[in-house]
Write a protein that binds this ligand. Structure first.
Ligand code: SF4
Length: 241
């Protein structure tokens, strides 16, 4: 399909787009962002434990604040669940103070460490090797692990094809004209997984590119549409630009 035809089809009623066309459009959106930002090399971590710790700490806070906390945990040799389980709560709290709700997050880290110890004798590889839906169910049952954190862990630590949805994903696809911004998390996750090829590398990069687009351009107020790689296919951008 030529770019011209593709662009035109974006302005149809998007609720009625056939599955094949929607798949092409989602891949086109991906390509626009990839051409603009390149490989995001996400998730930036040295170990799978660090990915999980980062996924818990980044809840409701910027990545920059999370990095500060991870560096402090690293300095204290607390970047493993074994070390976290043996550390007093107050020491963990002090390390992660930059991440807001740090008292709650220290308890969440402890809860994950406890789950790992009790269910898998601390063996993270055995934990992450479980079937995807079994693991997802277990993660969601741990204190402090919601759907976005569970899918971060599945995709970036366990390398399973579980699409991650966040506030940027909802805002961007709402402004592009595909969804209501109030769409439930699970519904939007399933929508992506139904229409995109099941591919860990693609899901990994797609989420990272949406984060970059949201962070750099698609802010809640005053989005920078003129610089955004999605401007030419965006309902909101066309209406406000
Ligand atoms: S063009 Fe504007 S509204 Fe559309 S995705 Fe980009 S920044 Fe958001």
């Amino acid at each position: 399909m030529s770019d011209k035809k593709r662009k035109k089809s974006f302005y149809l009623n998007r609720a009625d787009i056939p599955t094949k066309a929607l798949r092409e459009q989602l891949l086109y959106i991906y390509q626009l962002m990839f051409d603009h930002f390149g490989d995001r090399h996400w998730w930036p971590a040295e170990t799978r434990e660090e990915v999980i710790i980062g996924a818990i700490l980044v809840q409701n806070v910027s990545w920059a604040s999370t990095v500060k906390a991870i560096n402090k945990l690293r300095e204290q040799h607390l970047l493993t669940f074994k070390a976290l389980s043996q550390s007093p709560l107050e020491i963990i709290e002090t390390c992660i103070i930059s991440t807001r709700y740090y008292r709650m997050k220290a308890k969440k880290l402890k809860a994950f460490a406890q789950y790992l110890e009790e269910e898998f004798s601390g063996n993270l590889d055995a934990c992450l090797a479980q079937p995807m839906n079994t693991l997802r169910g277990q993660l969601l049952a741990i204190y402090g692990i919601g759907p976005e954190t569970a899918d971060d862990i599945l995709l970036y630590a366990a390398e399973r094809p579980s699409f991650v949805v966040d506030a940027y994903t909802k805002r961007i696809f709402h402004r592009l004209g595909y969804i209501e911004e109030s769409i439930p998390y699970e519904e939007l996750r399933q929508w992506f997984m139904l229409h995109l090829p099941e591919n860990v590398a693609l899901y990994n990069q797609y989420h990272a590119l949406l984060d970059a687009t949201g962070h750099h351009y698609c802010s809640t107020r005053n989005p920078d549409c003129r610089a955004c790689p999605l401007l030419n296919i965006c309902h909101y951008g066309a209406a406000t630009g």
